[in-house]
Design a protein around this ligand. Structure first.
Ligand code: HEC
Length: 144
């Protein structure tokens, strides 16, 4: 019993440290996302999600789910269920208005007073990968 409690304490501490670090420095190592089978989108950022009404919608969902787990879940939570430290991305508005805000955040990140709350994900992930993530997010979206 004692050993068990000790182990619990240690793992809780580990978790705390890990989240703390990610939040403090935005220090998340980006994982590459294989988007070669998705339609290429070019260098200019689009304003709306091109994969929403697209023949490759389902492929985008699949790629987006795994890209999310590797690049966003550490901060925004597994299955996009936030633990409360970061916005819950299931609550992003579905459709064009949500797209606009999504794009703004993933391209620019969130930096205030020199602190990186969220890194500029657009610098490390392709536009294809980021719209695929948005496509997946819409499949788990909840009404506010
Ligand atoms: C290092 C932690 C971290 C990582 C990694 C991260 N985010 Fe964030 N994200 C945040 C924080 C913190 C905020 C709130 C920013 C603020 O306070 O303005 C945020 C805000 C957002 C918002 C705006 C949500 C809203 O309701 O305003 C979107 C969209 C978003 N993140 C998408 C993503 C996506 C997609 C990824 C992965 C590609 C990602 N984030 C990776 C920490 C992170």
């Amino acid at each position: 019993m004692r050993y068990f409690k000790q182990a619990l304490k240690i793992s809780a501490l580990g978790l705390l440290l890990a989240t703390g670090q990610a939040l403090a420095h935005g220090n998340v190592t980006p994982q590459s996302v294989d988007t070669k089978d998705l339609e290429k989108l070019g260098d200019e950022w689009l304003e709306t999600n091109p994969y929403r009404d697209h023949p490759q919608h389902d492929l985008a969902v699949k790629i987006g789910a795994s890209a999310y787990n590797q690049n966003c879940a550490a901060c925004h939570g597994l299955e996009a269920i936030s633990g409360g430290m970061t916005p819950d991305l299931r609550e992003l508005e579905v459709g064009e208005f949500g797209d606009e805000w999504y794009k703004e955040r993933v391209v620019n990140g969130a930096v205030r007073d020199g602190r990186v709350y969220m890194p500029r994900m657009g610098d490390v992930l392709s536009q294809e990968a980021l719209w695929a993530i948005r496509t997946w997010l819409e499949t788990v979206a909840v009404e506010q």
